[in-house]
Design a protein around this ligand. Structure first.
Ligand code: CUA
Length: 320
């Protein structure tokens, strides 16, 4: 009976573990398929290390199982002494040298790959696009070379090298779009750079990877890779004072805490609040924060505050 219970327990635990791994896709063992050269190089390092660890796991576990069976008690008295063995120079040298060689191989491989992961590839002027990535509690703001903005969704043209300058005005966050490269920290007072380049059109999701406060989980980001013609369309619709930026700012910076209808969620209800109709009071609230509300708009350009003000007006003026 007890055996049956433990067997059932083991089986259900195993089912849980395997189920979770299968759900994670590619068996749960591999990172997401990379679409940028730096992400593929990180992937290569992952699989090399995985190969060694899988090998060590199989060797150690097989030896363990074999020893358990081969040297079981077989009815000998509990206090019977086993054979006494002292030293095995060859074995000891082997289990020292082999791990050193494995670590050296991994280290050499990673250092060989590192420049290709870290360094932004040189590109002719005009072929590289620099986007400033500003992490905020609890949204992402992207700034393009001619003052255009977007919130939580970065749009870039296919094929271009995109250089990211990552920073934050508040607390530490971490930029991470797995299919486009590794994590890079957003640190107050510092600008960290990373990059990606892809020809593959599509939407690549990611998530802030550094616990940054209550709404850390809401700090999702998407990178949308579009054809170059579409990219110029995106830029012309995303000036700092545009309706698109007003809407994205509301969705990214306000709605997460105050609800998409302003009905209140973690933050209080804002629909119908007089501050929304007072440009100056709104600006002060956004730039300085209040109580538990972070200073979400501390460093927004004035045009972005205008855009949000207009968006809020359109959103809540009737009824509220
Ligand atoms: Cu920002 Cu976690």
């Amino acid at each position: 009976m007890r055996r049956l219970v433990s067997a059932l327990l083991v089986a259900s635990l195993l089912a849980l573990v395997l189920g979770a791994s299968a759900f994670a896709g590619n068996g749960g063992f591999g990172p997401e398929a990379p679409v940028s050269p730096n992400a593929s190089r990180i992937n290569d390092a992952y699989w090399l290390i995985f190969g060694f660890t899988a090998f060590v796991f199989v060797v150690v576990e097989s030896a363990l199982v074999w020893f358990v069976i081969r040297y079981r008690r077989r009815g000998r008295p509990r206090d019977a002494e086993g054979m006494q063995i002292h030293g095995s120079t060859r074995l000891e040298v082997a289990w020292t040298v082999v791990p050193v060689l494995i670590l050296a191989a991994i280290g050499a491989f990673v250092f060989y790959k590192l420049p290709g992961i870290k360094d932004v590839p040189s590109a002719r002027a005009g072929e590289q696009l620099t986007v400033q990535v500003q992490a905020h509690q609890f949204y992402w703001e992207f700034r393009y070379p001619n003052g255009q903005l977007s919130v939580d969704t970065m749009v870039v043209p296919a094929g271009r090298v995109v250089r990211l300058e990552v920073t934050t005005p508040d607390v530490a966050h971490s930029w991470w779009i797995p299919r486009l490269g590794g994590k890079i920290d957003a640190i107050p007072g510092r600008v960290n750079t990373t990059w990606f380049q892809t020809d593959r059109l599509g939407t690549y999701p990611g998530q802030c990877a550094e616990f940054c406060g209550l709404y850390h989980a809401a700090m999702r980001a998407n990178v949308v890779v579009v054809a170059p013609e579409q990219f110029s369309g995106f830029l012309s619709s995303h000036g700092a004072g545009s309706a698109a930026v007003g809407k994205e700012t509301f969705t990214g910076a306000c709605a997460k805490c105050h609800g998409s209808l302003g009905q209140g969620a973690y933050g209080p209800k804002i629909a119908g609040n007089a501050t929304l109709a007072d440009r100056q009071a709104l600006e002060q609230l956004l730039r300085e924060g209040k109580g538990r509300m972070p200073a979400v708009g501390k460093d927004w350009p004035d045009a972005q505050i205008d855009a949000l003000f207009r968006d809020l007006k359109g959103r809540f003026s009737s009824g509220g």
